[in-house]
Unconditional design. Structure first.
Length: 301
C-alpha cells in the first residue's frame, strides 16, 4: 500500500510537470518534481532518476548549470551511465575526492541554489527522525545520505543482488561500508543466531563483491539490546542506534547551511576541511562503529 501511495504522488507530480512544461513554465515544472522526488525514490528509485533528469533539464534551461549537474549526477546514480554530465573547474581550486566533487556541485552555485539543495537534503533525511517511517523508507534514506555525501550508494538486497540493505562505496579511497537495518526490533528483544548468521553472510558478500578494496565492516542500525547466547558475531560487525545516523544527517545538513555564509574561495577550503575531518568514509565509519556487536550483553536464551 505504501508503494501504491508513492506511485500516486509520482503520477500527480508528472501531470503537474507536463502542464507547466507545456505552458513554458519551467520553474514551476521543476518544483512539481522537486516536491515529489524524495517520496518517489522510496517507492521506485528508477522513476525518481528520471525525475532528477528532468529537474536537471529545467535547471539547465534556467541557466543554473551547477545545480543541473548535481541532478544529472543523481540521475546517473539511479539510471546508470549515458546521461548528461559535466566537469567542475575553476581558478584556484581542485576538487579531488567524491565528497569534494559532490559538494562542489551542491555548494558552489548561486546562494539560491545552495539554499534549495539544503532544503531538499533536509526533506530527504526527514524519515530518520520520524517515528512512523517504515523499514523500506529508512533503507532508502540511508542510501540517499550516502549519495548526498558523494559515495556510490546502493541497496543490494532490494535490487536482488544478495547483499546488505545499503552499501556506501568510496571509489577514491577504495573503501566500502555496509549497513543492515533492524530498526523494527524492540529495545528488549535479542539479536538471534539467524540474524547474526545473515549478517555474517553480508560481510562475506562485501569482501567478495569488492575484492581488493578495504571492507570497513557491516553496521547494524538498530537498538543496542541483547545477543542470544549462541549468536557469534564477527569482529567486522557493529551496531549503531538510528538516532546516531539521524545525528550524522543533521550535522551534514547544518554544514550545508553553514557553507552558504562563506565566500566561494573560503567555501572550497571549508569543503576540503570537512571532507578530511568529518565526512570521509573512514571518519564516518569510526563515528558509527563505536559499539561492536560482540560487546552487546548476552541474554538468557
Amino acid at each position: 500500500m505504501q508503494i501504491e501511495q508513492k506511485m500516486t504522488v509520482a503520477a500527480k507530480a508528472e501531470v503537474q510537470f507536463a502542464e507547466h512544461w507545456w505552458q513554458g513554465q519551467t520553474d514551476e515544472a521543476r518544483r512539481a518534481l522537486e516536491d515529489a522526488v524524495a517520496e518517489v525514490s522510496r517507492g521506485d528509485s528508477r522513476l525518481a532518476g528520471y525525475f532528477n533528469l528532468w529537474i536537471g533539464c529545467c535547471l539547465d534551461i534556467a541557466g543554473d548549470t551547477q545545480s543541473a549537474q548535481l541532478e544529472y549526477q543523481r540521475a546517473r546514480q539511479k539510471l546508470g551511465t549515458g546521461l548528461p554530465h559535466g566537469s567542475l573547474s575553476g581558478p584556484g581550486f581542485q576538487l579531488d575526492t567524491p565528497f569534494e566533487s559532490k559538494m562542489g556541485l551542491t555548494l558552489l552555485g548561486t546562494p539560491e541554489a545552495c539554499e534549495r539543495q539544503a532544503r531538499l537534503c533536509a526533506k530527504s533525511m526527514a524519515p530518520l527522525s520520524s517515528p512512523n517511517s517504515s523499514a523500506f523508507e529508512l533503507e532508502e534514506t540511508v542510501r540517499q545520505l550516502g549519495e548526498h555525501l558523494g559515495f556510490e550508494a546502493s541497496r543490494p538486497d532490494n535490487e536482488g543482488e544478495g547483499g546488505p540493505d545499503v552499501v556506501w562505496h568510496d571509489t577514491s579511497s577504495a573503501e566500502v561500508l555496509g549497513f543492515e537495518l533492524k530498526t523494527d526490533k524492540k529495545n528488549k528483544s535479542s539479536y538471534n543466531v539467524e540474524e547474526i548468521g545473515k549478517a555474517l553472510g553480508y560481510v562475506e558478500w562485501l569482501k567478495k563483491e569488492y575484492e581488493g578494496e578495504n571492507c570497513l565492516g557491516l553496521i547494524v542500525i538498530g537498538p543496542k539490546s541483547l545477543l542470544t547466547r549462541r549468536a557469534n558475531p564477527s569482529s567486522f560487525m557493529y551496531v549503531a542506534e538510528l538516532t546516531e545516523v539521524a545525528s550524522l544527517a543533521t550535522e551534514f545538513n547544518e554544514f550545508l547551511w553553514e557553507a552558504r555564509s562563506f565566500a566561494p574561495g573560503a567555501r572550497v577550503a571549508l569543503i576540503k576541511r570537512k571532507g578530511r575531518e568529518v565526512f570521509n568514509l573512514t571518519r564516518l565509519f569510526n563515528r558509527l562503529s563505536a559499539t561492536t556487536m560482540n560487546a552487546l550483553p548476552r541474554g538468557s536464551n
